[in-house]
Design a binder for this molecule. Structure first.
Ligand SMILES: [Zn+2]
Ligand SMILES: [Zn+2]
Length: 412
């Protein structure tokens, strides 16, 4: 499987100013000089700048590009397919600028946009949802009619500003060469300018808001752990907020707990409220018991990045198993695998998950277009996996995953 590109970001410690290099998936930053840990958050999206060495007198003009990375899943009669999406697209539509960043963002280190950045920032006119729709459309060109459902799951998109100069043509300020035809006389850059671009990123000290203890997590964790108050936090609105956690109990101290979302959703176009409804819609070889009608149905999804085949298998298996009766509240004792997929991203996959188990497919798949699944509530649930050779496995659910693949699964 091809790997998506990795972008590096030049950064300075917010505490001591020491230089550092981050990966774009990094959230928890530990300074190697002052040891201070900080957590990166943003309002909406991360904004990066493609650096350049100014050559002329002209003011640089920054055009925003969306960067979108993830996996596109789609359901067809022959099964669920997937492929990697790793694209950049103009976020401010203009026929005079390059349509994408090309290879530049992959070969250069980016920076967060500094508050004192000089130059003219152009206004974004394409929303993130629109971007996703456009990208999905372009990937599924020609087969759209035979696709029952599709989902794009991955990173929250980010914005990369690329520098240009305006002379009689648009000049790329990194490559120092013209990239457009001669501009029309009525071309006015002023009308596209964003006078107050909101690109602030924030660093929150990685300390427990309740007891001030150091919060723990891997560098790409979206959720941090206070061992002192046994609470998990995620950053929202510039501060840490506790999240709901549960786990399946396990006496073996050496097991690794993998995180999953258990999602309660409103569905329309299909009756899927109880375990009995699941048995019917998935055509499971079981005789429905009366009490199953009172057992609420939940969707399950991995809360970590993993290869697409495994993502689907885990989501499907756990949703069909509905492992909820033995759930215990709170953070388990043991090794916690980092949460690297947000609930918003995981929720994008609920209908694809549904497409993977509804039966009979011949009659059920064409109905997907009329079915809506709207997530309401989610709990983070840790499920214990045991080491067996190079794998982590859960014999009861018959789930198994290679430890090394899991460790290096930076992309979904
Ligand atoms: Zn530092
Ligand atoms: Zn605490």
């Amino acid at each position: 499987m091809a790997q998506a590109t990795k972008i590096l970001i030049e950064h300075q410690c917010p505490q001591c100013g020491a230089p550092a290099t981050l990966e774009e998936t990094d959230r928890l930053f530990t300074c190697t000089f002052c040891r201070v840990k900080s957590f990166l958050t943003h309002k909406g999206f991360f904004h990066y700048l493609l650096p350049h060495a100014p050559k002329g007198e002209e003011e640089p003009v920054y055009l925003p590009y969306w960067r979108l990375k993830g996996i596109l899943f789609w359901s067809m009669q022959t099964g669920i397919k997937h492929r990697i999406v790793d694209v950049s697209r103009q976020a401010a539509t203009s026929p005079h600028f390059p349509v994408s960043l090309g290879l530049r963002s992959q070969t250069m280190k980016l920076r967060f946009v500094p508050p004192e950045a000089e130059g003219r920032f152009l206004k974004r006119d394409m929303a993130a949802d629109e971007l996703k729709t456009t990208v999905k459309g372009s990937f599924l060109t020609g087969i759209a009619d035979s696709v029952f459902e599709h989902a794009l799951i991955g990173e929250t998109p980010s914005i990369i500003y690329a520098p240009f100069y305006i002379r009689s043509r648009v000049h790329d300020a990194v490559l120092n060469r013209p990239v457009s035809d001669v501009l029309p006389e009525d071309f006015k850059i002023e009308s596209h300018t964003d006078s107050h671009p909101d690109m602030e990123i924030r660093f929150i000290p990685a300390l427990c808001p309740r007891c001030n203890w150091d919060l723990e997590g891997e560098r790409d964790s979206l959720v941090l752990h206070c061992r002192n108050c046994r609470t998990l936090y995620q950053a929202g609105n510039g501060k840490f907020e506790p999240i709901r956690v549960a786990h399946l109990p396990e006496s073996d101290k050496d097991c690794v707990f993998l995180p999953f979302y258990r999602v309660e959703a409103d569905t329309s176009g299909i009756l899927l409220r109880s375990y009995a409804d699941l048995v019917t819609n998935a055509n499971l070889p079981k005789v429905i018991r009366k009490e199953w009608e009172n057992l609420p149905f939940h969707f399950w999804s991995p809360a970590f990045k993993v290869r697409p085949e495994s993502f689907l298998r885990f989501a499907r298996t756990l949703t069909l198993s509905q492992p909820q009766t033995r759930l215990v509240k709170g953070v388990p004792n043991g090794i916690l695998h980092p949460v690297t997929l947000s609930i918003a991203e995981a929720s994008e996959g609920l209908k694809i998950n549904l497409a993977s188990f509804i039966k009979p497919q011949q009659t059920m798949l064409p109905r997907l277009k009329e079915i809506a699944v709207k997530p309401k509530k989610a709990v983070l649930v840790y499920i214990p996996f045991h080491e067996s050779g190079t794998d982590l496995s859960h014999p009861h659910f018959q789930l198994r995953i290679n430890k090394h693949l899991l460790r290096y699964a930076k992309n979904l």
